[in-house]
Design a binder for this molecule. Structure first.
Ligand SMILES: Cc1ncc(COP(=O)(O)O)c(C=O)c1O
Length: 315
């Protein structure tokens, strides 16, 4: 009987394959799961300690819907210092349940039934389902190794129609590892600046950029009023289980997202917010050392495989 009550959109929503794999692997011993982007570092100790301290101090009540003002101020400072982005903590930043909630809210705020959202593929698993739930139409833009999985201006221009409401810019990309450097973004900006389309820039992996500095598309003056930057603590600070992320963008959009958030979530977990504040104020060195370690491993992989290749082919 319950099945007949489910909406068509939920009925046709496929379960995440990667999650199934994750659940399967988590029950097996001695298997390394490459299924989800889970840092293999623990959250830095001083961040965990701050959370314990928050509990000891009895910081167990709701916070403001948008998140603690001190945390929003720290996020604004961080985005400014790292990526030259300018946001007001008062009405241009919303603290969310991971980047995941921010992606969902952004899509729900702009997509009407039948509206199209451009999504480079391959990319993270949640974008298309979120568009589907909002009764929109995900429009994939295939990317290939010929362009190092970067998005080209022509591909984007070819996919824009009068139903296009938003485009996801998911760089650094999961799963390809592709990045968009400044000159790549310049071409995209030339196309996107001409259209009234929301750019949802998922920058959750911004700190895991190797050999160059991450550039946010929102840092281009012509894009700042049409871009929503999404980021969070999961990857950079090894804080996946704390479920804390944020969105930064134009006040009317952040206001609309906050309206949904205040009814469905109320506010993100208070202890996690204090931990995140500690991470931003005192944990940037941890980010650097974790990145250096990831970098060391990827170099080892490349050189390791290359040496194995040589060992096979050179007599
Ligand atoms: C590209 C991308 N965006 C967003 C998320 C979700 O991150 P969060 O843990 O902040 O919800 C992930 C998680 O793997 C991801 O890979």
């Amino acid at each position: 009987m319950i099945e007949s009550l489910l909406t068509q959109r939920v009925e046709t929503l496929k379960p995440s394959g990667i999650r199934k794999f994750f659940d399967l692997v988590s029950q097996m011993e001695d298997v390394i799961s490459l299924g989800v982007g889970e840092p293999d570092f623990l959250t830095p100790w001083h961040v965990r300690e701050e959370a314990i301290y928050a509990l000891e101090k009895g910081r167990t009540t709701y916070t403001s819907n948008a998140g603690l003002l001190e945390l929003r101020q720290a996020i604004a400072k961080y985005l400014h210092n790292q990526y030259s982005l300018q946001y007001s903590p008062d009405d241009e930043i919303l603290v969310t349940v991971g980047a995941s909630e921010a992606i969902d809210l952004a899509i729900r705020c702009v997509v009407e039934p039948g509206d199209e959202v451009l999504i480079p593929e391959p990319s993270y698993v949640s974008y298309s389902p979120c568009v589907h739930i909002a009764a929109g139409k995900p429009v994939p833009i295939p990317t290939t190794d010929e362009t190092e999985f970067r998005l080209t201006p022509q591909e984007v221009a070819d996919c824009i129609t009068d139903r296009t409401k938003a485009i996801i810019i998911p760089y650094p990309n999961n799963p390809t590892g592709a990045i968009m450097e400044r000159h790549d973004l310049e071409g995209l900006v030339a196309v996107l600046a001409k259209h009234d389309i929301l750019v949802i820039s998922d920058e959750i992996y911004s700190e895991l950029t190797y050999g160059s500095q991450h550039v946010s598309i929102a840092s281009f003056p012509e894009m700042s009023n049409k871009t929503l930057v999404i980021n969070g603590f999961s990857k950079a600070f090894a804080m996946t289980g704390w479920r804390l992320g944020y969105a930064a963008g134009p006040a009317p959009l952040i206001g609309a997202m906050t309206r949904i958030h205040q009814y469905s979530i109320m506010c993100t977990p208070t202890v996690s917010q204090y931990a995140a504040l500690q991470a931003l104020e005192h944990g940037l060195d941890d980010v650097v050392s974790m990145r250096e370690e990831y970098d060391r491993r990827r170099r080892f992989m490349v050189h390791g495989f290359w040496s194995i290749g040589l060992a096979c082919f050179v007599p």
